[in-house]
Design a protein around this ligand. Structure first.
Ligand SMILES: O=P(O)(O)OC[C@H]1O[C@](O)(CO)[C@@H](O)[C@@H]1O
Length: 551
């Protein structure tokens, strides 16, 4: 058994779970009128209501004991002070420096990094302002009308999610498109209808070695040349964000068109850097800076608030409570805002690539569950699809409801209806419906007694299903920045408890390696590639279907 599962804090929680499990939140709310008020917290423009959780004051206190036991305070300081907490890659983890206030003396020890960040932001500002003002001209002298952002994973999901979330702030005549997948359909579809004379490509790749991104950039360049443009025109249409300057320049990107990234920023934590350029192009640089300010406010809260009153810590520890003590395997994110519909997909990478691990920082196999499956979608759509499983399924699936109090599109009663659905769902999950309530509801109906009894059983909802609700005034650059930073820190805290390195991603490497060797087998039948019988069959089927000239 691991030290963690043998520890005093873990044992206390296991013991406590036995007394909590039979209790119902419905009764707690009845017995304690102060519960909702006590279990509410505001920071950085966000309010978290965590009262609809299967936790009482003792639970929270024991969870905080676990956080302390696992060294949260020390590791939190270690992250912000630039220690190499990404121990498998020997890297610091300083995405927080990307949104730091440069005049904050706490950042003095990282002055070189802060300086580099500020220089990059200035270069970004200059570029963004030129493009948005129509002063960056394509090779025939026309202003840029379309930007195609090419990148994948962390070099795609954050910018795409933030762009969609902030649609009300978009430039009226500049469009941004995203291409991630290596599937040729993705880029072919995007390029249809675009004009090479007025299209700018931003290649975002920290490593500048990602197969999908390089293939898409090459195809974009081929499309550009087909329009009659020459090599000398590339600099007007291709820029890149990368930490691998050498690879990018060898690839043909003009050195002046390179924006930096650093090895102390993980891909999935990078939308605050020049990786966020497409966002800034869409909403303007000043609004991009507001995103950073929102995140910085959440960073300050995370660093300074006592852990018992700390939003990311509370959310993280409640997640640990369900994952490790209620055998919950999933966590659902429900955005009650159409503009935030890409958030669950973004959080999937943030959380699952960070905490989807089975060995500790020191390489020991864990004997407890780590990161759950993160999924979700847009409310109210999900209510007519997968919420059935949340209400009556057999597993505990904690939910985060995210609800802006004001809409950017206040049409008729739509926002009232949206909010009432959101709040109603949290209530239904918590309260459920008893057999007596179901029977009372059916009383007076035309059904036979047998049918009534059957129906009543099916209408019973156990309730006691946990949820958090996050409110904000409106989805703005500031509140979005705070929200994303909240989830970043939540992920970090859970990684601390589970003793993981949340900042590497070795698991995705094997897929990349094998994908490349399979590609050699597809290209050349004589390639010496070891394939199992199933994969060999798949490769052969694929080769047989290929047009002869390519075979
Ligand atoms: O920015 P890059 O280097 O192209 O990497 C893209 C993505 O690929 C991954 O390494 C996973 O394959 C992610 O962690 C990363 O965000």
């Amino acid at each position: 058994m691991s030290q963690l599962t043998q520890s005093a804090a873990w044992a206390a929680l296991e013991q406590h779970q036995k007394s909590i499990a039979p209790q119902h939140m419905r009764d707690w709310f009845k017995a304690d009128p102060q519960r909702a008020e006590r279990m509410r917290l505001s920071a950085a423009g966000l309010t978290l209501d965590y009262s609809k959780n299967r936790a009482n004051d003792e639970t929270l206190s024991l969870l905080m004991d676990l956080a302390k036991q696992q060294g949260l305070n020390k590791l939190r300081v270690a992250m912000f002070s630039g220690e190499t907490i990404n121990n498998t890659e020997q890297r610091a983890v300083l995405h927080t420096a990307l949104r730091a206030n440069p005049s904050d003396s706490a950042w003095q020890p990282q002055a070189d990094k802060i300086e580099a960040v500020q220089a990059s932001l200035e270069k970004m500002r200059d570029f963004v302002e030129q493009v948005r003002a129509g002063q960056w001209h394509g090779y025939t002298g026309k202003a840029i009308t379309d930007v195609v952002s090419i990148g994948i994973g962390g070099s795609f999901l954050g910018p795409k999610m933030a762009s969609e979330s902030l649609k009300p702030y978009w430039h009226e005549s500049l469009s941004v498109h995203y291409v991630a997948n290596v599937d040729g359909t993705a880029i072919a579809d995007k390029l249809k209808g675009l004009d090479p004379e007025t299209t700018l490509f931003v290649t975002s790749s920290k490593s500048f070695g990602t197969q999908e991104t390089l293939a898409n950039t090459l195809s974009a360049r081929a499309w550009f040349y087909e329009s009659g443009a020459g090599k000398q025109d590339v600099a007007k249409h291709f820029v890149a964000v990368t930490s691998n300057i050498k690879a990018a320049t060898e690839f043909g990107i003009d050195e002046n068109n390179l924006f930096p990234m650093w090895d102390w920023v993980g891909g999935r934590y990078s939308m605050w850097s020049a990786i966020g350029m497409p966002i800034a192009l869409l909403i303007g640089f000043e609004r991009f800076e507001e995103i950073l300010k929102g995140a910085e406010a959440m960073d300050t809260h995370f660093m300074e608030a006592p852990i018992e009153q700390n939003m990311p810590v509370l959310m993280a520890m409640l997640g640990v409570w369900y994952a490790n003590f209620f055998d919950s395997h999933a966590h659902v994110i429900l955005s009650y805002d159409h503009y935030l519909r890409a958030l669950p997909g973004y959080l999937q990478q943030l959380d699952m690539e960070s905490n989807g691990k089975n060995v500790t920082r020191s390489g020991e196999l864990v004997d407890y569950h780590t990161g759950p499956v993160i999924w979700g979608g847009e409310g109210t759509n999900g209510q007519h699809a997968y919420h059935q499983l949340l209400h009556q399924g057999t597993r505990v699936i904690p939910a985060d409801f995210i609800m802006p109090l004001k809409s950017h599109n206040p049409i008729g009663e739509h926002h009232d209806m949206l909010a009432s659905n959101c709040f109603g769902q949290t209530q239904a999950l918590m309260q459920g419906k008893t057999l007596a309530e179901a029977q009372a509801e059916l009383a007076g109906s035309q059904h036979s007694p047998e049918q009534l009894s059957l129906l009543a059983k099916h209408k019973v909802m156990p309730g006691n299903k946990p949820s958090n609700t996050i409110l904000m005034e409106r989805v703005t650059p500031y509140t979005l920045g705070a929200l994303i930073a909240l989830y970043e820190h939540r992920t970090f805290v859970q990684g601390v408890v589970w003793e993981l390195n949340s900042f590497d991603q070795w698991g995705v490497e094997l897929g990349k390696q094998l994908g490349n060797s399979v590609l050699s087998a597809i290209r050349d039948t004589h390639a010496e590639v070891e394939l199992d019988a199933s994969t060999e069959y798949l490769v052969n089927s694929f080769r047989q279907a290929k047009p002869q000239t390519l075979g």
